[in-house]
Design a protein around this ligand. Structure first.
Ligand code: PYR
Length: 363
């Protein structure tokens, strides 16, 4: 099969769909892999590394997209829409609940769109989202710590404090993968950490995992309001697979924070979970201030650490890429329920219920 790896075009997106070692596995299995020139350079993989792995390096995106299976990182950007065509199997993050225009283009062009973020195992885990959630979660705390510095407009708070001075307070809404990783780093920095979640079972697990290092709280409106009000840094880390995220942190709650506080919306790629994160920001213009609070709403946080992220992503996507390349779209999905759950569009339809519900398509 012909497999393509284009250079990412989203703002400051330096990840790439597969590492040279992933490409080599495909080539060994008899596939032809076209890698757009400099596709890996932001992740420190050169064209020579891909050539050594057996890839054909091509000079244009047009050539990289002229394949049966296109493997990338981020949802196609408007400049890539002309490459979407019937018969193309597209394997990437899609986040369609927050991307109605892209959903329409995929449906109209009859692309088989397989979204990394909805590939789901029987235990309900999301194997192709997990590593990026881990990275986004860990980074959210360090980004928050940075913006709390007065140089960046923050309150001038050191999250860990020092002996004799109060610690900074961090509230994490959502105790899933990214929320847990955010907590690990916040605890490591010695901040005062609260995690809210809806599941009593998860709260018990978090409590056992972190002991006295965190305050766990049931995610009620009143608890969120109280915790946000007293926080220096609020991290939004709720995920409902495929669906638009509920706006659990209201504008009133944001108004109750002190000026110079920081909020980081990890859920922004699914529409965001703060009423005040009404727009997506980019790595080169990452924040805006609303009600005196710094808002960070970058949708591709892991793109800032592309070397780590590319390797982590390629590790988990490769077995699915191999299955798609070896068996073709239909048989690979028929043989593998987890992969089948990733199919968001096929043959001119939206095929994932939460996306269809969010965007008003028949299912
Ligand atoms: C990202 O890592 O950019 C995702 O969309 C999950």
């Amino acid at each position: 099969m012909k497999v393509g790896i284009p250079k990412e075009v989203k703002n400051n997106e330096n990840r790439v769909g597969l590492t040279p070692s992933g490409v080599n596995a495909l080539v060994d299995a008899g596939h032809t892999v076209y890698v757009e020139t400099n596709a890996g350079i932001g992740s420190q993989f050169t064209d020579a590394d891909y050539i050594d792995a057996g890839a054909t390096v091509v000079n244009s995106a047009t050539e990289a997209w002229d394949v049966d299976l296109l493997v990338k990182v981020k949802e196609p950007q408007a400049s890539e829409y002309p490459f979407l065509r019937e018969g193309l199997n597209l394997f990437t993050y899609l986040h369609l609940a927050a991307e109605p225009k892209l959903a329409k283009v995929l449906v109209d062009s009859k692309v088989n769109g397989i979204a990394y973020e909805t590939v789901q195992l029987a235990d309900r885990s999301l194997p192709l989202l997990t590593p990026m959630s881990e990275i986004a979660g860990r980074m959210s705390t360090q980004i928050g710590a940075q913006y709390l510095q007065s140089f960046y407009g923050g309150k001038g708070i050191l999250l860990g404090g020092v002996p004799g001075v109060q610690k900074g307070k961090v509230t994490i809404v959502g105790g899933g993968v990214s929320g847990t990783e955010a907590a690990k780093i916040a605890i490591g920095l010695r901040a005062d950490v609260t995690i809210l979640d809806l599941s009593p079972t998860r709260l018990k697990e978090l409590s056992e995992m972190f002991g006295s290092g965190v305050q766990t709280l049931m995610s009620t409106k009143a608890n969120i309001a109280e915790s946000v009000k007293n926080s220096d840094l609020v991290i939004g880390a709720v995920l409902i697979p495929g669906a638009a995220t509920p706006k659990l942190v209201t504008e009133e709650m944001i108004k109750s924070m002190q000026p110079g506080g920081v909020v980081i919306d990890i859920a922004i790629d699914q529409g965001g979970m703060f009423e005040t994160t009404d727009r997506i920001t980019t790595h080169d213009d990452a924040t805006y201030v609303k009600h005196g609070v710094i808002h960070y709403a970058v949708a591709n946080i892991p793109g800032a650490v592309p070397r780590t992220s590319t390797m982590a992503l390629s590790n988990v996507t490769l077995p699915y890429v191999m299955a798609l390349a070896n068996k073709g779209f239909e048989k690979a999905c028929n043989d593998n329920e987890a992969l089948a759950k990733g199919v968001n569009t096929a043959q001119g339809h939206v095929t994932y219920k939460a996306v269809a519900d969010a965007l008003g398509y028949d299912f």
